[in-house]
Design a protein around this ligand. Structure first.
Ligand SMILES: [Zn+2]
Length: 138
């Protein structure tokens, strides 16, 4: 298991043009050590394990910045829930509405074929597919 170090986090922030701070390093390590889909509060809890001084506002502001810089992707899984995805390459998701779990679908699990005719003057920003499941009723 190769660990995602502070040096890795610093390199990541610099390459995205994000000014490096101690808090941003800790937040980057919590996000990028392994692929995750976390709400802001889940991320805050994870960051505090290593850096108890990081405030909730700092986590929220940093997620906004990381999202603007393309380091994380915001995923609106339901009207009341946003998670931040540490994987930014195009991929689709499976969302369990009962447990709240979000996982990536493998490329061979679901494919979207074709691109719709786009309205004049627009460019394709993203194709977002979330497959929602719930427990089968007994
Ligand atoms: Zn994902």
């Amino acid at each position: 298991m190769n660990e995602y170090t502070s040096a890795d986090a610093i390199a990541c922030l610099r390459s995205a043009g994000v000014p490096v701070t101690h808090q941003r390093i800790e937040i980057a390590r919590a996000l990028f050590s392994a692929p995750v889909h976390l709400s802001a509060d889940q991320l805050w809890a994870k960051v505090r394990e290593q850096a108890p001084d990081v405030s909730r506002a700092t986590v929220y502001n940093t997620l906004r910045l990381f999202s603007d810089k393309g380091l994380v992707r915001e995923l609106f899984v339901d009207p009341a829930r946003v998670v931040f995805d540490s994987t930014t390459r195009p991929h689709f998701h499976l969302y369990n509405m009962d447990t709240g779990e979000v996982r990536d679908l493998a490329d061979d699990e679901l494919q979207v074929v074709g691109v719709p005719r786009l309205p004049a003057g627009t460019v394709l920003q993203e194709v977002d597919v979330i497959v929602r499941v719930r427990k089968r009723p007994d």
